[in-house]
Design a protein around this ligand. Sequence first.
Ligand code: SD4
Length: 339
Amino acid sequence: MDRRRFLQGATIASGVALTVKGFAKGEPPTASGGTVPRVCSTWDFGVAANQAAWKVLAGGGRALDAVEQGARVPEADLRNHSVGRAGYPDRDGKVTLDASIMDEHGNCGAVAAMEHIAHPISVARRVMERTPHVLLVGDGATQFAIEQGFPREELLTPDSDKAWHEWLKTARYKPSANSEVRTYNAGPGGTPGDASNHDTIGMLAIDARGNLSGACTTSGMAWKIHGRVGDSPIIGAGLYVDNEIGGATSTGVGEEVIRNVGSFLVVELMRQGRSPEDACREAVERILRRKPDAKDLQVGFLAMDKKGNVGAWAIQSGFSYAVCDAKKQDTLIPGKSTY
Ligand code: SD4
């Protein structure tokens, strides 16, 4: 399903609780009307991730379990070249993954630049729950994962390898706006391109007890310098959750998010009384005020407040997100006739 159809579907599916506006530049979607439990996630591949998360929430499960289960879906999806297995590699042909997770108690865990482990979100959770640390990187993260029983695997698929060799012909690294073009929908062997080399899944959930958790997982920017770490595993940048206020997550060019501690900023703006959408918008505008050239890049924020209200904002059009709760879990499934 392309983004336009997803959005049309989302509009039809919205009912009273969700209002999805058009995607004219500077006009990302909003969801309002707090509903608990609820899960939201970035981009249209968030629809499938939300379904997995919803199974946990609908059964009365914890938001933390929901976001972990949800994030594992795109991590395993071979059509998705920006998260987990089959993610596009760095300039040296190595697939290095970043992920973070945060629960309702303020506990958090993360891995960065980790190779050979297919589910970084679950390793991040182990870091949170089984170590005194927050962030493990590189070989240390892989070693820890293996000690924890995760299998060591080759994550570079033939499609991603082919795309990398194609990129090597010019070897030009130029992250740019992620607007209409994306490799996710191009299917196996999707054309690699500057315009579509970054799509992270960030998820936020609130469970029936009103507790919030979040997760964020990515293979980062395609063709990056080996060792580059984006915003996704940096607590406060790619993900932040404060169970009293709400949570936020980000997607897009991570360097701009890190510079502005984006997700923490969004949560702090909600603490000051801003709605999730307003908070995301102000964070985007902060980035643009500090660096006007960032207008040519893509950065998007997604936020959920303590009541389950959801909002988002992005520099460019083309950013989408998926929301799932008891009222509309089915209607946001891709390919359903309501589309
Ligand atoms: C990064 N923020 O590594 C990630 C990439 C991304 O949509 O979000 N793409 O910078």
